[in-house]
Ligand binder design. Structure first.
Ligand SMILES: [Zn+2]
Length: 406
């Protein structure tokens, strides 16, 4: 049996962060954050972490930090991860998960079964996000490596940030040179606030109205003037909840590539487009602002946020949470077109591996085998995965009893 000694090192490619969130990749993420939102980094001390834990995965493999302590003393249960991971980020994510599950459980009678199931499963996934492992098997070499399961949900406090940053980086790259030429305009298209219970319908009509501006889905009609001057666009749907008025404020942020747009004409066009979807208001005002040369990172982040103003997780707000999640289910919250078109991510970096199943079950089935020993030693040698494993598994289960093949 040919077993390669280490899992593939993907740290040079930051896009694989989601697959293997090693410290090196988290550092990369932090660098990106520093580029696109320096304020966030400087005002967020929990993001910084000591330089000594930043050794690359390869360096850490040789040193095997912490792992010996875990195996050596099975009665001391180590914490769930490095301090910056285990403190409020983890607490926040777990609370978010249980909050959604409770919101579902307390509405078993009033919610349609599909909505109940959606919320309950989502809560479970968020609560366990990045805490359980799957086993991947290399298609040709047959060795096994751990994969940290992530929920990848826009409602997960951890995944939402990572998804937003990933998108912000792509947007920033797309608009960078155009911003320097003064060709990017930030626009906000709003419709009147909608009351509780009407978010799903309003969200659908708002998106249709916005698409109508540029000629409708698939371009079946002409753009509404002056929108024919827009050569490309990136947009995202934002939904904010007013804590004081208890209503929804759905709106669309867009970055438009255009040499010039007249505000009055743009507002008239929006009134027309919104009118086709039944929106009525006494004032239609489209916010337009040229993105300045030093603002492209900020603009990219603005357009890439998944939840602009998170709804507070209070007992009074649980109706709002339920409505927002159901209303945004399976909906593209962002899109792009024309010269600013961003291609969707293809997840093909796992092509050489196939998923075998959950690590817990697989380890039970393959107890004391060479395969499970190799798997465990790979798991424990990764500084981050090892710590998470130490917090989720029983220490005895983690001790590889057979020396893995070299
Ligand atoms: Zn998640």
């Amino acid at each position: 049996m040919n077993i390669s000694p280490h899992p593939p090192d993907q740290s040079s490619n930051p896009d694989t962060f989601a697959t293997f969130p090693s410290l090196a990749r988290i550092r990369k993420l932090n660098e990106i954050l520093a580029e696109i939102a320096p304020d966030l980094v400087s005002s967020e001390p929990t993001i910084a972490y000591p330089e000594e834990v930043l050794a690359t995965t390869a360096e850490n493999r040789e040193k095997e930090p912490e792992v010996k302590a875990v195996i050596g003393d099975p009665f001391v249960r180590p914490d769930h991860g490095p301090w910056w991971l285990s403190d409020r980020i983890v607490a926040n994510r777990r609370y978010a998960g249980s909050y959604l599950r409770d919101a579902a459980s307390s509405r078993t009678r009033e919610l349609p079964y599909t909505a109940f199931q959606q919320l309950f499963t989502l809560g479970n996934r968020i609560e366990k996000c990045r805490e359980t492992f799957l086993v991947l098997q290399h298609i040709e070499e047959r060795h096994h490596i751990p994969l940290l399961a992530e929920c990848n949900s826009r409602w997960c406090p951890v995944c939402a940030v990572i998804k937003s940053l990933r998108r912000a980086r792509k947007v920033a790259a797309k608009i960078e040179t155009l911003v320097l030429e003064g060709l990017i305009t930030h626009a906000v298209f709003t419709v009147p606030n909608c009351p509780v219970g009407e978010l799903l319908d309003t969200r659908r009509r708002l998106t249709r109205a916005f698409r109508r501006l540029f000629g409708g889905c698939g371009g079946q009609s002409e753009p509404i003037p002056p929108m024919e001057k827009v050569r490309g666009y990136i947009w995202s749907l934002e939904i904010t909840w007013s804590e004081t008025r208890h209503d929804w404020h759905p709106h669309i942020h867009a970055l438009l590539e255009t040499p010039y747009l007249d505000q009055a004409q743009a507002s008239e066009a929006w009134e027309l487009a919104a009118g086709t979807q039944g929106f009525r208001s006494s004032s239609w005002h489209v916010f337009l602002q040229r993105v300045r040369t030093d603002e492209s990172a900020e603009a990219a982040l603005e357009i890439s946020k998944y939840i602009s103003k998170p709804i507070l997780r209070t007992s009074e707000n649980s109706d709002a949470w339920v409505e927002a999640i159901v209303a945004l289910h399976r909906c593209h919250q962002s899109d792009s077109g024309g010269t600013l078109s961003i291609t969707r991510e293809k997840k093909n970096n796992m092509a050489t591996y196939e998923v075998v199943g959950s690590a817990r079950r697989w380890l039970q089935k393959n107890e004391h085998t060479r395969a499970s020993s190799s798997f465990l030693s790979r798991l424990l040698k990764d500084p981050l995965l090892g710590r998470i494993a130490a917090g989720t598994f029983d220490p005895w289960d983690l001790a590889p009893l057979i020396k893995p093949d070299r």
